[in-house]
Design a binder for this molecule. Structure first.
Ligand code: ADP
Length: 363
């Protein structure tokens, strides 16, 4: 019976020792040894009493801070006993009061220490949970990207021969309506190819796997070539395009292909939504340490409540449902790409008047 009680106590002690930081234990042992030396040397050898006792509060507070109630109380009792025994046999009321104070202050500060330790433990628990959640989320997103990659592969495999064959047909065919039919097939396959790439880019962007190839460029030639590229589409739809560059433009550090992709996307949207006779403006403005690029159109505009939602993946505004098909991938991808450059995207729009889509790039 006695034996099992002893082993229980030993087990408990070793459990506490396991939880205690070894460095803290060493520091406390040294501090207590200093206290013992002070007590016996000053009191018994030199006969100085009382004055040094305040120094004992140092290990007391530290023990309460590190180990809470149990630590504060144990060190308090240790100091009280030491103080009492060093004054034996004539213990006066002051020594008794001081010893009692060690035990009481030790337990009182220990209670506060325990609260701190409990709060710290809770915080650590919350932190660990958050880390685990974040890891799970990351794994889930990586699975999604993996799935998207596999899907993209499956979709692209049959598309490659369609693209190659339609290009060959365009080169070989001379007679209408076959040439136009081949061009239609090619255009459809190209646009499908683009959508598939967008899908993969967006999935990569969501988990930060999208990388930019940054280089310093003069934006003017790039904007002019983009305007050239879109001009035939604009003309074929009876719209007009105005290029309003506030030259000379400062150079920017960007991934040229990605910036081209973003601006083309905005211009394509503008073409899609602007009626015949409407105007599209590609404009630049210098705003302090940023270069703003805007695409303005005279399309149907976007209701205020939808203006932020259109940057969410797969969201299609009312205008999109009426005027075009689409997956709602373009703008979210543009936003991701612009933000990867350290920039921002915005839209200002008024229903039945038009929209201005803008992006800013740091200079
Ligand atoms: P999608 O790839 O389907 O065109 P986007 O992400 O490019 O999707 O656009 C999301 C939605 O934003 C579209 O469905 C459309 O309703 C709206 N939108 C985008 N650009 C314009 C614009 N210039 N004028 C009016 N609505 C627009």
């Amino acid at each position: 019976m006695r034996h099992s009680k002893e082993t229980r106590i030993a087990k408990r002690l070793s459990h506490y020792l396991d939880r205690v930081n070894r460095v803290h234990l060493l520091i406390m042992t040294i501090l207590l040894l200093v206290c013992i030396v002070l007590e016996y040397y000053l009191n018994l050898t030199l006969g100085i009493t009382g004055a040094y006792a305040h120094l004992f509060y140092v290990p007391l507070f530290i023990a309460a801070f590190w180990w809470g109630f149990q630590g504060g109380l144990s060190v308090g009792i240790f100091l009280a006993l030491m103080h009492l025994t060093s004054h034996l046999p004539d213990i006066n009321q002051l020594v008794l009061a001081e010893s009692l104070a060690f035990a009481l202050v030790g337990s009182a500060t220990g209670v506060i220490g325990s609260e701190r330790i409990r709060a710290e433990r809770k915080l650590r628990q919350a932190y660990d949970e958050e880390v685990k959640l974040r890891r799970d989320l990351q794994a889930e997103m990586e699975r999604r990207v993996e799935f998207t990659r596999a899907l993209v592969h499956e979709l692209k495999t049959p598309l490659t021969p369609v693209l190659a064959s339609s290009e060959l047909l365009i080169e070989e065919l001379r007679r209408e309506p076959f040439l136009s039919l081949a061009r239609n097939i090619n255009r459809g396959a190209l646009s499908l190819n683009e959508k598939i790439d967008e899908l993969l880019d967006l999935a990569r962007g969501e988990i930060g796997m999208l990388r930019l190839k940054l280089k310093q460029i003069d934006p003017s030639p790039l904007l002019r070539s983009i305007a050239d590229e879109i001009s035939s589409l604009v003309a074929s739809q009876g719209q007009s395009l105005i290029l309003d560059l506030s030259e000379p433009l400062p150079s920017v550090t960007v991934d040229e292909n990605r910036l081209r992709q973003v601006i083309l996307n905005l211009l394509n949207n503008a073409c899609k939504f602007t009626p015949e006779g409407g105007t599209i403006v590609l404009r630049t403005k210098r705003r302090g340490t940023r270069l703003a690029i805007e695409v303005e159109d005279t399309g149907p505009g976007i209701p205020l409540e939808e203006q932020q939602l259109i940057f969410e993946p797969y969201y299609r505004a009312r205008s999109g449902q009426i005027y075009s098909g689409g997956l709602g991938l373009g703008l979210p991808l543009c936003k991701t790409l612009v933000e990867l450059h350290g920039g921002q995207m915005w839209v200002k729009s008024q229903e039945n008047k038009g929209s201005v889509f803008g992006l800013s790039l740091p200079l």
